[in-house]
Write a protein that binds this ligand. Sequence first.
Ligand SMILES: [Zn+2]
Length: 220
Amino acid sequence: MVRIVPIELDTHFAEGTVNAFLAIGETITLIDTGNPGNESFQQLKTKLHKHNIDLKDIDHIVLTHLHIDHAGGVPLIQEEVDVPIYVHELAKCSLNADIHDFERDMLFFRQFMEECGADPLKHIVKQSYKEEKWQNVSYLKEGDVIPIGGHNFEVEHVPGHSQVDIMLWDPQTGDTFAGDHIIKAFSVNAFIEPPIPGNTAVLSHCYSTVSLLKKSAACH
Ligand SMILES: [Zn+2]
């Protein structure tokens, strides 16, 4: 029996809050981590403590995708505990990116703006490269099975919102962690991103994830 506990964390984005989830069973899994920065980190720890969970109790963290309101908490968590991180294999490029990759991505956005007839100087927020290396990262792919709270969940690659989105699905119960693949309050944005080298996902793959969602819903 896995107990699933939503951990609601503040964000500065339109949705106001984002949910991480605790799955408590034979093992303890944290799904997503909230925003970067100490404020979100302290909020996460406080909310974990309300369920008598400390960071050191978490066996592993699974990330639904790499957007900062879901994965931004990893560096501060790993400063305190060496907890394993699981994320889709296409995230490897981003996590190993160096300054050359950063500059290539910035060039992509500049060219994209110009092709759209927009002035990149006005519309791109200036960013500078910041090195950030995670430890103890394992990569997941479509069809993998991962224990969440000690119970087996299937990994489904669901590109659309981002290229590395995964859903975690228990075929027996229909329990599904969908990340931002579906959002209750409004339509999900498909983020414009530089293509990941080796990413073969195409639109038909995105459509196929819709049938997976229906399958998941049908279990309830
Ligand atoms: Zn997102």
